[in-house]
Design a protein around this ligand. Sequence first.
Ligand code: AMP
Ligand code: ZN
Length: 510
Amino acid sequence: MQLKLHNTLTKQTEVFTPLDPENKVVSFYTCGPTVYDFAHIGNFRAFLNADVLRRSLELLGYKVNQVMNITDVGHMTDDSVADGGGEDKMEVAAARFAEAKKSGELPDGVSVNPNDPEAIAEFYTNAFMQDSEALGMRIVGDAKQNPSLMPRPTQYIQEMIATVETLIASDHAYVASDGVVYFSVETFDDYGKLSGNTVETLRSGEGGRVDMATQEVKRSPVDFMLWKPDATHLMRWQSPWGEGYPGWHLECSVMANSLLGNEIDLHSGGEDNIFPHHECEIAQSRCVTGCDAFSRYWFHTRFLLVDGSKMSKSKGNFYTLRDLLDKGATAAAVRLELIKTHYRSNANFTMQGLKDSQRQIDRWRRLKDWLTAHREVASPENGPLQIAREQFVNALCDDLNVSGAIGALNEAVNVYALDAEPEPKGASTLQSELDALLEMDSVLGVLDLVAKGGSGDINVEEVDALIEARLTARQEKEWNRADEIRDELLKMGVAIKDGPTGTTWSRIVQ
Ligand code: AMP
Ligand code: ZN
């Protein structure tokens, strides 16, 4: 079975063939988070789709060497537009911490010195690792064995400086009159191949963003920053161009090439990474390595919307995994909700969708428990789940059609009437059906999470039903019954609160 994947670089859906097809090894670089805040569910959509791609390749028998950076350098909030414009993200985080300290309320009661960017980065890195593990991202398990698989750019500053020196020596970069080192875009013919933003379209303004502030000093307005001397920046390092900090794009080029080789198989990110970040990564890496490709395939996830619009704190539709767990969701349901829409379409996150995902998982789990209990019972050869497994893999091979894969699984689930005792028949046993189910879950990764418990296995539907029953009991003045239900909820790990707009509930966090 061959995986077909849409390649942003060629704009075609292609058969995926790695550089080392014989050994079935795949090198995969995933652009990771900037750890200056909690990752939100939009970020996790991009990371989880990369995880689903990795798991699909593993199901097809590939060994995937995946690297994901944890950006702990304070890049700028306007980095995608300007050359070092806006605010330093770490300074933004530091200000938030200082404010929280003043009001005596640091996030999660953790004390972090607001003047210590490393401590802030570490705080959010730990939070990211916990959330990623809760959501079943396989890379976290790898990084526990080999931390270099989730590298920090602060550990690669010398390699970045060496790369800038190489680019200057080969005339792909220059020091401008403002002392900043820029990459000279016109020295790289393939600039624009990934995003369609060629030097010409960018110049004429069609491609969007050119930083006006630095136009004067650059050879070309589209040249981008590699190193910026700045003695006031919160995080800065010594360099041949003065104390300062690296351009945002540099770290991914340097870490991908250092850890995975000059030419890699796969590179992923969210759609906003295509330009300028990935376009610039390609330019930097190829001018240093001299290879025809930096990454051979590019995989980009479209944005997650919430209730049909962009997530924003002011709209109150901005969620982290933690927010959703506090509302009683399970990490398994959040995972399924974030992966079930095709990665090249916008996904729309809703609370109703999350409930549907939970219901879906509960059904699969009931079938898994039933098959486990009856695993030795004889069944026809090539039963429904084994047939579904083939359709499931076919759907994934069709540019990661996850919803088609889930559809195939559900058709098989519908065949099983779980209340009926299975009739012994056939040469095979239900163990083969259970194996097929678990194999499909090795990509979806949800039953696995439920089995691990971890993030709590609270059934949202059940909680809603109990709250409803308690309300009815109270209306009928059956106070003892109402208290019993509250105790039952407490035993499930759910605390309730009666307020003017009704009863709300939250997971009891230990
Ligand atoms: P950042 O920490 O801002 O660099 O973002 C980390 C990753 O999340 C990047 O690959 C972004 O492209 C991706 N991302 C950010 N917002 C969203 C969103 N709403 N939906 C999907 N991916 C997103
Ligand atoms: Zn990156």
